[in-house]
Write a protein that binds this ligand. Sequence first.
Ligand code: HEC
Length: 152
Amino acid sequence: MKSYSVLALGLAAALGFLATSACAQTSSDTFPPVANVKQLMLDLIHPSSNEILLSIYRGGPKDEKDWAAVRRSAVTLAESGNMLMMRGRARDQGDWMKDAKLLVDAGNAAYKAAQAKDNIALAALAPSFDASCTTCHKQYRPNVFPKDGGSK
Ligand code: HEC
């Protein structure tokens, strides 16, 4: 009896796993992207990186509200990097993915600095923010680059 229920549990787990992987396969079709790459740049990525860089240039976050704003922008940037890697947005599986990962890493590092309220660590990240934009723009936005330097 006991071993029977263990078997049943195992079976249920296996079925659950199958159902999950089936869902994972169709999720990107079931939940189609709302914004294209340009819209992500304009409405999520550019404003978020601006907010963080401005905060750094003004001497860093001063109070809880400032730190919360930096955390919000940092997590937005990190997750935007992931969104750039989604099917339908990724231009290829090579450099594009590496460049988008730079954005994930920069956002992630800023998020951690903001959680720790570490102004020095945050300020030290400014160059990686610039680099995360320009690296990708140099290759995938050649018609515009270097008009805005990629840092805006
Ligand atoms: C993985 C690649 C990639 C990364 C990383 C990236 N961009 Fe972009 N960005 C693009 C591409 C491609 C375009 C052109 C989109 C189009 O016109 O369809 C673009 C366009 C833009 C535009 C212009 C949108 C318009 O008006 O046409 C801005 C502003 C921008 N990016 C800001 C940023 C900033 C700021 C960062 C870094 C914090 C960044 N991007 C990181 C690929 C990237």
